[in-house]
Design a binder for this molecule. Structure first.
Ligand code: HEM
Length: 198
Protein backbone atom coordinates (compact mmCIF):
# COMPACT_ATOMS: atom_id res chain seq x y z
CA UNK A 1 0.00 0.00 0.00
CA UNK A 2 1.27 3.52 -0.88
CA UNK A 3 1.50 5.85 2.13
CA UNK A 4 3.64 8.70 0.75
CA UNK A 5 2.53 10.08 -2.68
CA UNK A 6 5.28 10.60 -5.29
CA UNK A 7 4.99 14.41 -5.13
CA UNK A 8 5.53 14.34 -1.35
CA UNK A 9 8.57 12.06 -1.64
CA UNK A 10 10.24 14.03 -4.44
CA UNK A 11 9.61 17.43 -2.83
CA UNK A 12 10.68 16.09 0.60
CA UNK A 13 14.13 14.98 -0.59
CA UNK A 14 14.71 18.07 -2.77
CA UNK A 15 13.70 20.16 0.25
CA UNK A 16 16.16 18.28 2.51
CA UNK A 17 19.02 18.98 0.04
CA UNK A 18 18.03 22.63 -0.39
CA UNK A 19 17.82 23.16 3.40
CA UNK A 20 21.24 21.54 3.87
CA UNK A 21 22.82 23.84 1.25
CA UNK A 22 21.03 26.90 2.66
CA UNK A 23 22.02 26.23 6.27
CA UNK A 24 25.69 25.47 5.51
CA UNK A 25 26.12 28.45 3.16
CA UNK A 26 24.13 30.60 5.62
CA UNK A 27 26.63 29.78 8.37
CA UNK A 28 29.43 31.07 6.12
CA UNK A 29 27.51 34.30 5.44
CA UNK A 30 26.83 34.66 9.19
CA UNK A 31 30.57 34.25 9.94
CA UNK A 32 31.34 37.32 7.81
CA UNK A 33 29.27 39.50 10.19
CA UNK A 34 28.27 37.49 13.31
CA UNK A 35 25.07 38.46 15.10
CA UNK A 36 26.18 36.85 18.36
CA UNK A 37 29.51 36.27 20.10
CA UNK A 38 30.35 33.11 18.17
CA UNK A 39 31.01 31.88 14.62
CA UNK A 40 30.47 28.48 12.98
CA UNK A 41 33.55 26.32 12.25
CA UNK A 42 34.60 27.07 8.65
CA UNK A 43 34.84 23.32 7.95
CA UNK A 44 31.07 23.01 8.53
CA UNK A 45 30.23 25.70 5.99
CA UNK A 46 29.65 25.77 2.23
CA UNK A 47 30.94 28.20 -0.37
CA UNK A 48 34.59 28.67 0.67
CA UNK A 49 34.27 32.43 1.11
CA UNK A 50 31.54 35.05 1.44
CA UNK A 51 30.83 35.53 -2.29
CA UNK A 52 30.84 31.77 -2.92
CA UNK A 53 28.51 31.19 0.03
CA UNK A 54 26.12 33.89 -1.26
CA UNK A 55 25.99 32.15 -4.65
CA UNK A 56 25.15 28.79 -3.01
CA UNK A 57 22.58 30.52 -0.79
CA UNK A 58 20.76 32.16 -3.72
CA UNK A 59 20.90 29.03 -5.92
CA UNK A 60 19.48 26.84 -3.12
CA UNK A 61 16.94 29.55 -2.29
CA UNK A 62 15.24 29.22 -5.69
CA UNK A 63 15.20 25.44 -5.31
CA UNK A 64 13.69 25.71 -1.82
CA UNK A 65 11.18 28.34 -2.97
CA UNK A 66 9.94 26.58 -6.13
CA UNK A 67 9.95 23.14 -4.53
CA UNK A 68 8.28 24.41 -1.34
CA UNK A 69 5.59 26.15 -3.35
CA UNK A 70 4.92 22.89 -5.23
CA UNK A 71 4.67 20.93 -1.96
CA UNK A 72 2.37 23.53 -0.34
CA UNK A 73 0.10 23.72 -3.41
CA UNK A 74 -0.12 19.92 -3.60
CA UNK A 75 -0.62 19.59 0.16
CA UNK A 76 -3.48 22.08 0.23
CA UNK A 77 -5.22 21.28 -3.07
CA UNK A 78 -5.05 17.47 -2.90
CA UNK A 79 -6.22 17.31 0.73
CA UNK A 80 -2.87 15.71 1.77
CA UNK A 81 -2.37 18.20 4.64
CA UNK A 82 -5.98 17.79 5.81
CA UNK A 83 -5.71 13.99 5.80
CA UNK A 84 -2.21 13.68 7.32
CA UNK A 85 -1.87 16.63 9.70
CA UNK A 86 -5.47 17.13 10.88
CA UNK A 87 -7.35 16.96 13.18
CA UNK A 88 -4.65 18.61 15.30
CA UNK A 89 -4.84 18.73 19.08
CA UNK A 90 -2.17 20.64 21.05
CA UNK A 91 -2.97 18.50 24.12
CA UNK A 92 -2.37 15.27 22.16
CA UNK A 93 0.81 16.81 20.65
CA UNK A 94 2.15 17.53 24.14
CA UNK A 95 1.26 14.02 25.36
CA UNK A 96 2.88 12.32 22.33
CA UNK A 97 5.98 14.54 22.56
CA UNK A 98 6.46 13.62 26.25
CA UNK A 99 5.97 9.94 25.37
CA UNK A 100 8.50 10.28 22.52
CA UNK A 101 11.06 11.82 24.92
CA UNK A 102 10.57 8.83 27.24
CA UNK A 103 10.98 6.56 24.17
CA UNK A 104 7.48 5.24 24.82
CA UNK A 105 5.75 6.52 21.70
CA UNK A 106 4.53 3.79 19.35
CA UNK A 107 4.59 4.37 15.57
CA UNK A 108 3.09 1.07 14.45
CA UNK A 109 0.88 2.30 11.62
CA UNK A 110 3.19 4.25 9.30
CA UNK A 111 0.25 5.56 7.28
CA UNK A 112 -0.84 7.77 10.20
CA UNK A 113 1.30 10.51 11.75
CA UNK A 114 1.04 10.75 15.55
CA UNK A 115 0.24 14.10 17.17
CA UNK A 116 3.94 14.86 17.92
CA UNK A 117 4.76 14.38 14.21
CA UNK A 118 1.81 16.52 13.15
CA UNK A 119 3.02 19.32 15.45
CA UNK A 120 6.63 18.98 14.27
CA UNK A 121 5.73 18.93 10.55
CA UNK A 122 3.26 21.83 10.77
CA UNK A 123 5.80 23.73 12.90
CA UNK A 124 8.72 23.22 10.52
CA UNK A 125 6.58 24.19 7.51
CA UNK A 126 5.66 27.44 9.33
CA UNK A 127 9.34 28.02 10.21
CA UNK A 128 10.42 27.53 6.57
CA UNK A 129 7.75 30.03 5.39
CA UNK A 130 8.98 32.55 7.98
CA UNK A 131 12.59 31.82 7.03
CA UNK A 132 11.86 32.60 3.37
CA UNK A 133 9.90 35.78 4.26
CA UNK A 134 12.67 37.08 6.57
CA UNK A 135 15.23 36.16 3.89
CA UNK A 136 13.24 38.26 1.41
CA UNK A 137 13.43 41.23 3.80
CA UNK A 138 17.23 40.83 4.08
CA UNK A 139 17.61 40.51 0.31
CA UNK A 140 15.15 43.20 -0.84
CA UNK A 141 14.48 45.41 2.23
CA UNK A 142 12.98 48.23 0.17
CA UNK A 143 10.69 46.10 -2.03
CA UNK A 144 9.19 44.14 0.89
CA UNK A 145 9.06 46.97 3.41
CA UNK A 146 5.66 45.94 4.78
CA UNK A 147 6.89 42.49 5.90
CA UNK A 148 10.14 44.08 7.12
CA UNK A 149 8.26 46.47 9.39
CA UNK A 150 6.44 43.52 11.00
CA UNK A 151 9.82 41.95 11.81
CA UNK A 152 11.48 45.06 13.18
CA UNK A 153 13.13 46.11 9.92
CA UNK A 154 16.47 44.81 8.68
CA UNK A 155 18.00 44.12 12.11
CA UNK A 156 14.84 42.41 13.38
CA UNK A 157 14.67 40.29 10.22
CA UNK A 158 18.26 39.11 10.87
CA UNK A 159 17.20 37.76 14.27
CA UNK A 160 14.00 36.18 12.86
CA UNK A 161 16.07 34.56 10.07
CA UNK A 162 18.66 33.24 12.56
CA UNK A 163 16.13 31.79 15.02
CA UNK A 164 14.10 30.16 12.19
CA UNK A 165 17.35 28.52 11.02
CA UNK A 166 18.07 27.35 14.61
CA UNK A 167 14.53 25.92 14.92
CA UNK A 168 14.85 24.09 11.59
CA UNK A 169 18.27 22.65 12.55
CA UNK A 170 16.79 21.44 15.86
CA UNK A 171 13.84 19.90 13.96
CA UNK A 172 16.20 18.08 11.56
CA UNK A 173 18.31 16.66 14.42
CA UNK A 174 15.22 15.32 16.25
CA UNK A 175 13.60 14.19 12.95
CA UNK A 176 16.66 12.17 11.89
CA UNK A 177 16.95 10.70 15.42
CA UNK A 178 13.29 9.61 15.24
CA UNK A 179 13.88 8.02 11.82
CA UNK A 180 16.87 6.15 13.31
CA UNK A 181 14.61 4.90 16.13
CA UNK A 182 11.93 3.68 13.67
CA UNK A 183 14.15 2.79 10.67
CA UNK A 184 11.38 1.23 8.54
CA UNK A 185 9.99 4.75 8.01
CA UNK A 186 13.06 5.52 5.85
CA UNK A 187 12.57 3.10 2.90
CA UNK A 188 8.87 4.04 2.96
CA UNK A 189 9.80 7.69 2.34
CA UNK A 190 11.78 6.53 -0.76
CA UNK A 191 9.47 3.93 -2.31
CA UNK A 192 6.27 5.34 -0.80
CA UNK A 193 5.15 1.82 0.07
CA UNK A 194 4.70 -0.33 3.16
CA UNK A 195 3.60 -3.92 3.39
CA UNK A 196 0.01 -4.17 4.54
CA UNK A 197 0.89 -5.69 7.91
CA UNK A 198 3.87 -3.36 8.70
C1 HEM B 1 16.27 18.82 6.02
C2 HEM B 1 15.08 19.14 6.30
C3 HEM B 1 13.89 18.21 6.43
C4 HEM B 1 12.63 18.67 6.55
C5 HEM B 1 12.20 20.15 6.60
C6 HEM B 1 11.75 17.51 6.64
C7 HEM B 1 10.38 17.60 6.76
C8 HEM B 1 9.49 16.53 6.71
C9 HEM B 1 8.06 16.64 6.64
C10 HEM B 1 7.27 17.97 6.60
C11 HEM B 1 7.55 15.39 6.58
C12 HEM B 1 6.08 15.02 6.40
C13 HEM B 1 5.83 14.93 4.88
C14 HEM B 1 4.37 14.80 4.48
O1 HEM B 1 3.76 13.74 4.71
O2 HEM B 1 3.83 15.76 3.87
C15 HEM B 1 8.68 14.46 6.66
C16 HEM B 1 8.59 13.08 6.69
C17 HEM B 1 9.68 12.24 6.74
N1 HEM B 1 11.01 12.59 6.71
FE1 HEM B 1 11.76 14.49 6.65
N2 HEM B 1 12.49 16.38 6.57
C18 HEM B 1 13.81 16.74 6.45
C19 HEM B 1 14.90 15.90 6.35
C20 HEM B 1 14.84 14.53 6.45
C21 HEM B 1 15.99 13.64 6.47
C22 HEM B 1 17.46 14.07 6.39
C23 HEM B 1 15.50 12.38 6.58
C24 HEM B 1 16.25 11.06 6.65
C25 HEM B 1 16.94 10.65 7.63
C26 HEM B 1 14.05 12.45 6.63
C27 HEM B 1 13.19 11.39 6.71
C28 HEM B 1 11.80 11.45 6.75
C29 HEM B 1 10.93 10.29 6.84
C30 HEM B 1 11.38 8.83 6.90
C31 HEM B 1 9.61 10.78 6.86
C32 HEM B 1 8.32 9.95 7.03
C33 HEM B 1 8.12 9.78 8.52
C34 HEM B 1 7.10 8.71 8.85
O3 HEM B 1 6.58 8.02 7.98
O4 HEM B 1 6.83 8.55 10.05
N3 HEM B 1 13.68 13.78 6.55
N4 HEM B 1 9.85 15.19 6.73
Amino acid sequence: MTIHPLVVRVTHWINALAILAMVLSGWRIYNADPLFGFTFPDDWTLGGWLAGALQWHFAAMWLLFANGLGYLAYGILSGHFRRKFFPFSPRAALRDTLDALRLRLKHDDLSIYNAAQRAAYLGVIALIVLLVLSGLVLWQPVQVQAIGMLMGDYEGARYVHFFCMAGIVLFVLVHVLMVALVPRTFPAMITGKIRRNS
